[in-house]
Design a protein around this ligand. Structure first.
Ligand SMILES: [Mg+2]
Length: 186
């Protein structure tokens, strides 16, 4: 099989990075327990919260991406897929820039650096040509249609339910990687 994978919040988990940088910036209390969605809600409820949220995202997806972690079970899924002989590709609509306060960081290069540090180009068997960055969701869907993977895993139902999602590709909504491995790799 060819297995297509989304990147942000599918392979890269940002909850810890958001917590750390938001607390450092005084946007949430130290020890705030929520993940990205709770942090976004808390910051947006503040005066000028939307601007602070945009700046925080710029930091977390850019210069502070080192704080992001592989989603639990994602590395094991990739290793199991490789062991079974499947091919893998990553398709993301991560823009090169797009949040305020990225400190000039190229968000795609930041993500590639993260993938490299987590072994994607060494022990996980990816080549740079297996990583596809597109500018928006429509372009991402066009890339999925062009590559025509047997299945595609994404954390967003909006991608999988889009009319542009190819009918011949099995749509897999990420809930938990161990459960996905069970369903698609047996
Ligand atoms: Mg995603």
């Amino acid at each position: 099989m060819l297995i297509g994978l989304d990147l942000d919040n599918t392979l890269i988990g940002y909850d810890e990075a958001f917590r750390t940088v938001a607390a450092e910036s005084g946007l949430v209390a130290a020890g705030f327990a929520g993940g990205k969605a709770a942090i976004r809600a808390a910051i947006r409820a503040r005066p000028d919260g939307e601007a602070d949220w945009q700046r925080l995202q710029g930091q977390v997806y850019g210069p502070r991406i080192d704080l992001a972690r592989p989603l639990p079970g994602s590395i094991d899924f990739i290793l199991a897929a490789r062991a079974a002989g499947h091919a893998l590709a990553i398709i993301s609509h991560k823009t090169r820039t797009g949040h305020s306060d990225t400190s000039g960081t190229d968000l795609r290069l930041a993500a590639l650096g993260w993938l490299d540090r987590h072994g994607y180009f060494s022990r996980l068997g990816f080549a740079p040509v297996d990583i596809h960055f597109e500018d928006d969701r429509a372009a991402k869907l066009a890339r999925i249609r062009a590559l025509a993977p047997d299945l595609f895993v994404d954390d967003l139902a909006e991608v999988l339910d889009d009319p542009g999602f190819p009918a011949a590709t099995r749509a897999v909504l990420l809930d938990d990687w161990a459960a996905v491995a069970e369903r698609v790799l047996g």
